[in-house]
Design a binder for this molecule. Sequence first.
Ligand code: MG
Ligand code: MG
Length: 257
Amino acid sequence: MITIKTESQIEKMRKAGALLKSVLDALRAEIQPGVTTLHLDKLAERLIRSAGALPSFKGYNGFPFSICASVDDQVVHGFSNNKPLKQGQLLSVDCGVILNGWQSDSAFSVLVGGGSAEDQKLVDVTEECFWRGAAQARAGNHLGDISHAVQQHAESHGYGVIRDLCGHGIGQEMHEDPNVPNYGKPGRGVKLQAGMVLAIEPMISMGDWRVFLEDDDWTVVTRDGSKCSHYEHTVLITEGEPEILSFPGARIPEALR
Ligand code: MG
Ligand code: MG
């Protein structure tokens, strides 16, 4: 069932989103060679709990951390560890919070200490995929319009769109209906209505889109070993331009409006 949020519920989701943005900004500022993902995980948990919120990932189906920290060919759901990050690694950080019962979910990718132009392009195009998808997230459009926009942009650069994982509705639960695939056909699927909230999250591989699950039963890795980038925000559908709840004040790029 797809839930339509009321204005007072949306206001709570705005607060959760603003908190999550501040946490991810703090994590981003910490990332440099030598830092461990376990350090980032602990920092995230401390910041979230000190704001009176809960880290939604921790304990979710038994997941042991407050962030997913996925490096290079790891797509998503990577475990934090005490290995120092190395210059040029592609790190994706995904995090979720629950504030006063309402969820927010967001992820970004970055090259640790900077890296190759080739890897930076993957990170940049993945973010562009998000914005192109989000630009289609408006009342009257269909879910497939979002999916198609993401897929078309990624594939135009020769990248693979991960298919085994997708975005999702979000509200009082982290994963609500509908699924938001990163591939699809325009005009297909659920018709979008104002008050729906979707986590739109392109997961884009430099090579093939096929993945497998590591022995920890969580970490998703590309089969061909190619690097993968992830970018996500919690997005409110409106009659006009969507509101990016996990990025207060952000607007759809003018060329896409
Ligand atoms: Mg996420
Ligand atoms: Mg998500």
